[in-house]
Design a protein around this ligand. Sequence first.
Ligand code: SF4
Length: 450
Amino acid sequence: MIDTAAFQGKTARFYTLGCKLNFSETSTFARTLYNMGVREAKKGEQADICLINTCSVTEVADHKCRQVIHRMVRQNPGAFVIVTGCYAQLESAAVAGIEGVDLVLGSNEKADLIQYLSDAWNKVEAGKETTEGQAEYHSVRTKDIRSFQASCSRGNRTRYFLKVQDGCNYFCTYCTIPYARGFSRNPTIASLVSQAEEAAREGGKEIVLTGVNIGDFGETTGESFLDLVKALDRVEGIRRFRISSLEPDLIDDDLIAYCARSRAFMPHFHIPLQSGSDEVLKLMHRRYDTALFAHKIRFIKEMMPDAFIGVDVMVGSRGERPEYFEDCYRFLDSLPVTQLHVFPYSERPGTSALSIPYVVDDREKKRRAHRLLKLSDEKTRAFYAARIGQEADVLFEKAARGKAMHGFTDNYIRVELPPGQAREEYDNQIVRVRLGGFNFDQSSLKAELL
Ligand code: SF4
């Protein structure tokens, strides 16, 4: 039982690191606490509760987590500090040892965070526990992570993030996510449809489906990702769905064909390639080769010629010899993709990639990243430029008075409406515009109202 009276009038501060999944979860915690009478602390105000949802995707992410925890403790003396997320799962004891931290929850316990908080809070209030010394921590072994914390973030009224899946069974050689988040699991289609309906009732127009390995949806419930897409497509009021990321081997042609004729699934895909060299893909234990990836891209473009395709690429992974990187560059150059998300490889303790002897130094990683980013800019610019003069529907986001409004087209082109034409009533509305030239910083196309 949660004693909500104990939380009335308290304040909380939240900090999220990492992926959309974490943001969606934090937003759900914030909403639950709000319903219990806890409001978010204002800027400069000291909070009673601090919640940090961590990430462990790279060494830099780990370092940033520690920095944020120290900062939150320093800026909110006496606050009850909870740390959860991937870094908390992988390094629970170390995090619990950080001065000022009160409660550390791993990935399995995250789903019951509010109950854990309530129990620990009551102990502190009753004077049974002090906040000094080693904090209380709860985390189970990876193979025992089973819980699923339902999350649909509602921080921004224009776009919702609906968590449809968690965990991963793939164990790519460079990745710690399966260790941090556990095996793949998902809730039922019915429960996700009802969360989407609730978002629509609140006035939400766009939902992004998030997860760790979304295409794996159905493992737990015996349903399929395509069935989920079909069911969501029928949710009235939601005008746009986007899929945050899909593994190449799990995007089947039926799914692509369905999206092409669907009511609300947008011509927008995000696909993690990681490397355009078959040799490197083998070292990474990825479950596809470049031929399969190229087929998927070409099929998407055949069915949806206007589709925006974002691609994740890792540079400088162990085993990426110069000639393999050149293969990767040529492969990406040859494909009709729109944008590259480039990540330098980061060594992660406990991963099997560490046994691959060939190491790329940091300078060379930077050089490779720079070349791919330049290629990405050229591709994105060409994609935008080809649409100048066309009409498009844009979902506009709230803007400060007197400032330009921004929004995205169906196929994810960022659009800017100049301050003179921006109107409050366009906030969270889909408006038909004509796409003009690039704006001053080249990040958007200028819109003209029709
Ligand atoms: S598919 Fe590979 S890279 Fe992606 S989360 Fe799973 S193990 Fe990590």
